[in-house]
Design a binder for this molecule. Sequence first.
Ligand SMILES: CC(C)(COP(=O)(O)OP(=O)(O)OC[C@H]1O[C@@H](n2cnc3c(N)ncnc32)[C@H](O)[C@@H]1OP(=O)(O)O)[C@@H](O)C(=O)NCCC(=O)NCCS
Length: 166
Amino acid sequence: MSVAKPLLKLEFRVLGPSNEGEVLDLYNSLSNESIYYRFRGFFRDFERYVRSVFSDPRNIVYGAYLDGKLVGVLEAVFLTDGCYEMAIVVRDEYQGRGIGTRLVAYAIADLKKRGVKTLVAHTTPDNYRILAISRKFNGIIKCAYGECTVVFNLQAIRTDQFLLLN
Ligand SMILES: CC(C)(COP(=O)(O)OP(=O)(O)OC[C@H]1O[C@@H](n2cnc3c(N)ncnc32)[C@H](O)[C@@H]1OP(=O)(O)O)[C@@H](O)C(=O)NCCC(=O)NCCS
């Protein structure tokens, strides 16, 4: 499904521990539905989660800003050398406007520059948005027993068409 969307003037940044408060604010704003899709359950201990992500310098956290407000966060969590796991969320009121797609493109382009080869994501078969985004970046999707794993071979992915929008 691809409908022309008004172009948002987004800014993307790599975030650090000094951004913990903003990231926490975004997580605390989420609806139950977004929390469910993001964490595949009704998780609430955002403070501990955010602190633990920032505490490992091998993890890379990306933020999408609109008019100075953090509207999307993507965490690339270190698994093994050259391999990261991605998790992403966009504030409820900004979903469906192309922010998630562009944040994934930005993260993939940056991870490629850092020499990362493989990115994986876990989701559920009913998460149409992340599955649609995964297909745009040629992710290999395998679903079984109510869970989907997506594997991206980063070196084979081109992100230019999504980043030209910035
Ligand atoms: C998943 C998420 C990050 C996507 O970000 P977003 O900004 O909403 O996504 P985009 O607008 O860039 O793209 C969504 C795509 O899904 C498609 N889509 C939406 N509903 C769909 C449906 N029912 N069937 C098929 N495709 C659908 C959209 O058409 C769009 O594709 P398009 O640009 O080709 O039209 C966001 O929706 C979110 O935060 N969801 C809650 C948390 C979550 O699910 N995280 C992912 C698990 S790690």
